[in-house]
Design a protein around this ligand. Sequence first.
Ligand SMILES: Cc1cc2nc3c(=O)[nH]c(=O)nc-3n(C[C@H](O)[C@H](O)[C@H](O)COP(=O)(O)OP(=O)(O)OC[C@H]3O[C@@H](n4cnc5c(N)ncnc54)[C@H](O)[C@@H]3O)c2cc1C
Length: 336
Amino acid sequence: MIKQFDAYSLLNRNTFGIEAKAARFVEFSSTDALRAFLGTGFAGESLVIGGGSNLLFVGDFDGTVFHSAITDIEIVEETATDVLLRVGSGVNWDDLVAYTVEKGWYGLENLSLIPGEVGASAVQNVGAYGVEAGDLIEKVETIRIADVAACLFTKIDCDFAYRHSIFKDAEKGKHIVTYVTYRLKKAADFKLSYGNLKDKVDELGGATLANVRRAVCEIREAKLPNPAEIGSAGSFFMNPVVTAEKAAQLKDEYPAMPQYQLSDGNVKLSAGWLIEQCGWKQTPHSHVGVYKHQALVVVNLGGATGNEVLDFASAVVDSVKEKFGVCLNMEVNVIG
Ligand SMILES: Cc1cc2nc3c(=O)[nH]c(=O)nc-3n(C[C@H](O)[C@H](O)[C@H](O)COP(=O)(O)OP(=O)(O)OC[C@H]3O[C@@H](n4cnc5c(N)ncnc54)[C@H](O)[C@@H]3O)c2cc1C
């Protein structure tokens, strides 16, 4: 089935809570319906959205916004050790995580409570607490917009890296993800070394699937804004990566600076720490600021426009560049 609306408000379709209109909004509930719609000679600009939790609208979208309402979940293969789960792109991400935890299948638990939908998990390669969706993704099914072809991307084809996939690069804007297949495990292989996750899990009584999910949810709830209450898109900037030489120079000047050694010799810095050191927790700009518990999260303090958010973000970037000589890049997709 296809639902279509003209001059559609996207206010409730983006977690930043920014008002913007789409010339046309199209929601499809099956691959066949989507192909039939595109096959009638679709043309013009298009944008695919999921939960709108990584988007910043800086104006109206003068084209067609597509949204998946494909919500079926199917076991496509099961062995003594693994379960292959094919999931519709319109399934809410955290509902999927809760479902797999309930079933006793291991793999997604560290990714609890990330806003958004299944389709974007493959585009964004969502990650948290030492796990990325790409670690579990076996394949991604799409419809290519230009010729309505059904395409299949293996894990290798997807070219997953930190918050990166081929859908943000060579194939950007060309596909509508319809299904994602995840390989989950029937035996525990917990990843608890990130931050204070292990301590939290121990506090809850030890490592079980339910406890890991609960620990992740509690840590996130304490540190990140609830999109239902405060507008944001989560981490606004990516953690910057600098050379070992630059990292050593910064460490001399700022001994408390958190630094994470990468396997290629470079060093990852904490964007949140850099922003906090520039004083932004104390300095909101009209309708925009950073979240009180996490400076990496830019928040809509009420009624902000997309351009106000962008202006604020560029002031943050300039201050970090000036103080530390480090460039911050946006993680958020700016539209319009
Ligand atoms: C409070 C908060 C906390 C967050 N925490 C994390 C975190 O811990 N880790 C993390 O990685 N991210 C985090 N995010 C960011 C966000 O949740 C993820 O990027 C998520 O995957 C976005 O999903 P979405 O469905 O909302 O996608 P959208 O924001 O709607 O879209 C994101 C991108 O995916 C594309 N897209 C979406 N659906 C499809 C589809 N079906 N086919 C093709 N392209 C599609 C869009 O075109 C866009 O480029 C957080 C966000 C918030 C608000």
